[in-house]
Write a protein of this length. Structure first.
Lengths: 334, 417
């Protein structure tokens, strides 16, 4: 057990360090932005006001609210305090809504969409890739170029094509949103049904792209493994093909788990863009609104949450990897 | 070297990918030499003109010679063209309400539909259950159909400068034709116009050039940083290696996409040119190359030929250049191609988020996609605004990935079929 403990604490340490680093970057980068965001929001609020002292008063009120008049380091500690309390301040573009409320409304949509989609895509992709490596021939000849084409296709492109074919032309699915515009999110059958129908196109557009990328990797890994000495030896020993395939699959899977951990950031990024195409009420669309409204509290909070989720998922995958690969334990206890 | 190149060009996948890429490059370079108007010039007044040949109506009417052609189907074609699908459905609705069996009415068969309409429609008849507004609608439909069925020509008139009355200048008969060669102004818009009224084909090819440039710059920066860091970390080792690996590991797990968003947003709209975006992409995507180069150099640095070179007193640069680089060259080339294609995709993603290059000077593939999305081309069915862009992105990245797979199979014999 000592080997595992060492591995886990090592990974946990890394998780904390990267998160701290990402946190600082996340705070710093948007605040380097030229231009005064407070001036922008005041200009929007004070539209039609002709009283300069009134505008001045609004300006001061907002400056205090966002603490943009304090030095950067002081702002940082205020920010840390607030984040720990779960308070990301007010959204500039959707004032007086709090950023935490905006995000609380959108984060579940993204989580419910992307987590299953990436897992399903990964699983299907691995199965198809392993089959292609094992069967070769016609199946491989069709699957390989198709996967290559799919994986070089941007996720938003797949989203647009699915949208045009199945929502605009065939009218099987709605074109945008996460649920019918006449419904209020609630656990009623009507709402859940509508959410399910709206779920399909964004879900499959992410799954299909993921399948392409994973199938190629799994195929190469499986081919390497199938040509390796232990497979030849097992064949000479007369071990049944099914068992050999099971060994090969397991060995080829391991790098794929790491691969998923490393590709997660890219996949989530692509999927966020796909959300925008469908105006899905998740983080991607929130991010777009933030960019459009020059809303730095909202952008910084969304990117922080996205980073946190990706880092956490990577951490979980690495822990999982440690459990399923016995070699980890061996190398750590040396 | 020449052997390697010959070997590479024997790979089918590489050759296909290479051919696609070179074809795109050739088109992108040659087209602006022929069509010289600036890519972002607004020519159409209105949004999303469909692809086709645009003939000046004024010049057609005033063509120097008109020809008379008696074509059998001219009239029915004219009517079929003018009768909109909505009108056909409305006609069917009236006829069914009037009492005709529904299966006898075919909205596609123009001649039959018109005959049925002529035989049965009575503007004064008030059908039970039909609102007055609906009845007036059918009367309007009938009037327009009567207008279509007229065989008289259209009169061209000019207002008299003194009296203001219209003077007849000429008559355009239904059998009059103009030869396109006689018409002064004919414009071919192969892919129509976009939401701003700009010629999409010209815009697309200019955008492809810029996007390829962005990919290239991003790829060069990322590969250079990755290669240098990987070489130094792998060859020097020790503390330097630990330091570089610490930074590399940090950037491996922090999603690149998030960094791109934060940096692009921080730069601000006014400062974001295409090249700035390319540099930002380059500086955020070197991690993979650095990791892979490091691990390869790590395994190379204790080989005999490297040790021999060290014993001979060669400088570090010479050792790296002569004894290490040749071994990792194939990998670096492959990584570079991947960086270029993912740079193009990264730009597209950023632009869709509204964080792409500023929009006044140059189009990029991502920006074109962004415009099409904002103006809802995909929901309005204006396929020419987004499909060619998607296809171009897919073709460029696909060709590069294909080249990469081909190279992979040449350099990793285990993967060969």
């Amino acid at each position: 057990m000592k080997g595992y403990a060492k591995y886990f604490s090592n990974k946990l340490g890394w998780f904390l360090i990267t998160f701290l680093f990402a946190f600082i970057l996340n705070f710093l980068l948007p605040r380097l932005m030229p231009g005064d965001p407070v001036a922008a929001i005041v200009a929007r609020q004070a539209q039609g006001m002709s009283n300069p002292s009134g505008v001045q008063a609004i300006y001061q009120q907002y400056t205090e609210l966002f603490a943009t008049d304090k030095p950067l380091i002081e702002q940082f500690f205020i920010y840390v305090q607030n984040v720990l309390k779960g308070d990301f301040g007010y959204s500039f573009s959707q004032y007086p809504r709090k950023v935490s409320d905006v995000l609380a409304a959108s984060i579940w949509w993204t989580l419910m969409l992307q987590l299953p989609a990436i897992l399903v895509g990964w699983t299907l992709g691995n199965i198809l890739g392993a089959l292609a490596a094992y069967l070769r021939g016609g199946f491989d000849k069709v699957l390989m170029p198709a996967s290559l084409f799919l994986s070089s296709f941007p996720a938003f492109g797949m989203a647009v094509i699915l949208l045009v074919v199945f929502a605009v032309n065939l009218k099987w699915f709605p074109t945008s949103g996460g649920y019918g515009f006449n419904l209020i999110p609630s656990p009623t059958p009507g709402f859940l049904g509508s959410a399910f129908v709206h779920y399909q196109l964004p879900f499959w557009s992410i799954v299909i792209i993921a399948i392409g990328g994973q199938a190629i990797g799994m195929r190469s890994m499986s081919i390497y493994e199938l040509n390796s000495d232990y497979v030849k030896f097992a064949r000479f020993m007369g071990i049944k093909d099914n068992r050999i395939v099971a060994y090969v699959f397991r060995n080829a899977m391991l790098p794929q788990v790491t691969g998923l951990a490393l590709a997660l950031g890219t996949m989530v990024g692509g999927a966020l863009i796909a959300e925008i195409v469908f105006s899905y009420p998740g983080l991607g669309t929130t991010l777009l609104n933030g960019v459009m409204g020059q809303d730095y509290p909202l952008i910084s909070a969304s990117t922080l949450i996205i980073t946190f989720m990706v880092l956490l998922a990577t951490f979980v995958l690495e822990i999982l990897y440690g459990v399923i690969d016995p070699r980890i334990k061996a190398t750590q206890s040396d | 070297m020449s052997y390697t190149i010959r070997e590479v060009f024997r790979s089918g996948k590489f050759v296909v990918g290479f051919t696609i890429l070179v074809t795109i490059l050739l088109i992108v370079f040659i087209y602006p030499l022929i069509v010289r108007h600036p890519p972002l010039q607004i020519i159409g007044q209105g949004t999303f003109f469909p692809p086709g040949i645009y003939v000046s109506t004024y010049d057609t009417v005033n063509a120097p010679t008109t020809y008379t052609l008696n074509l059998d189907k001219a009239e029915s074609r004219r009517i079929a063209n003018r009768l909109k699908p909505d009108d056909r459905v409305a006609m069917k609705e009236w006829l069914v309400a009037f009492g005709l069996p529904e299966e006898e009415i075919d909205t596609e068969n123009t001649a039959q539909l018109l005959a049925q309409w002529e035989a049965n429609y009575d503007p004064n008849l008030r059908l039970p259950g039909m609102t007055f507004a609906r009845q007036r609608y059918f009367q309007r439909v009938n009037t327009s159909i009567q207008g279509l069925l007229s065989t008289e020509g259209a009169i061209i008139a000019v207002p008299n400068a003194e009296t203001g009355a219209l003077d007849q200048k000429g008559v355009v008969k239904q059998t009059d034709y103009a030869n396109v060669n006689d018409v002064a102004n004919v414009q071919l818009l192969v892919l129509g116009t976009d939401n701003f009224g700009r010629d999409i084909l010209t815009e697309l090819l200019a955008a492809t050039a810029i996007s390829l440039l962005i990919g290239l710059v991003a790829g060069i920066i990322a590969t250079t940083i990755g290669l240098v860091l990987g070489l130094v970390a792998g060859y020097v080792g020790g503390m330097v290696d630990d330091g570089i690996m610490f930074v590399t590991n940090l950037f491996t797990v922090i999603p690149t996409f998030v960094l791109l968003i934060l940096i692009s947003f921080s730069i601000g709209q006014d400062q974001r040119g295409a090249i700035t975006i390319a540099i930002v992409i380059g500086f955020t995507s070197w991690v993979w190359t650095a990791r892979a180069v490091r691990s390869q150099v790590f395994s190379l640095r204790n080989r005999d030929h490297v040790n021999l070179s060290k014993l001979s007193g060669h400088s570090v640069f010479r050792i790296i250049y002569a004894s290490i680089l040749p071994y990792i060259a194939s990998y670096v080339v492959m990584a570079f191609i991947l960086q270029v294609s993912s740079g193009i995709l990264a730009e597209a993603g950023l632009s869709i988020l509204g964080l792409g290059p500023r929009t006044t000077e140059t189009p990029t593939l991502g920006l074109m996609m962004n415009w099409a999305m904002i103006y809802q081309a995909h929901i309005l069915g204006k396929w020419w605004a987004y499909l060619p862009v998607l296809l171009m992105i897919a073709l460029v990245t696909f060709s590069m990935n294909l080249m990469n797979t081909g190279l992979d199979q040449v350099f990793n014999p285990a993967l060969r079929d």
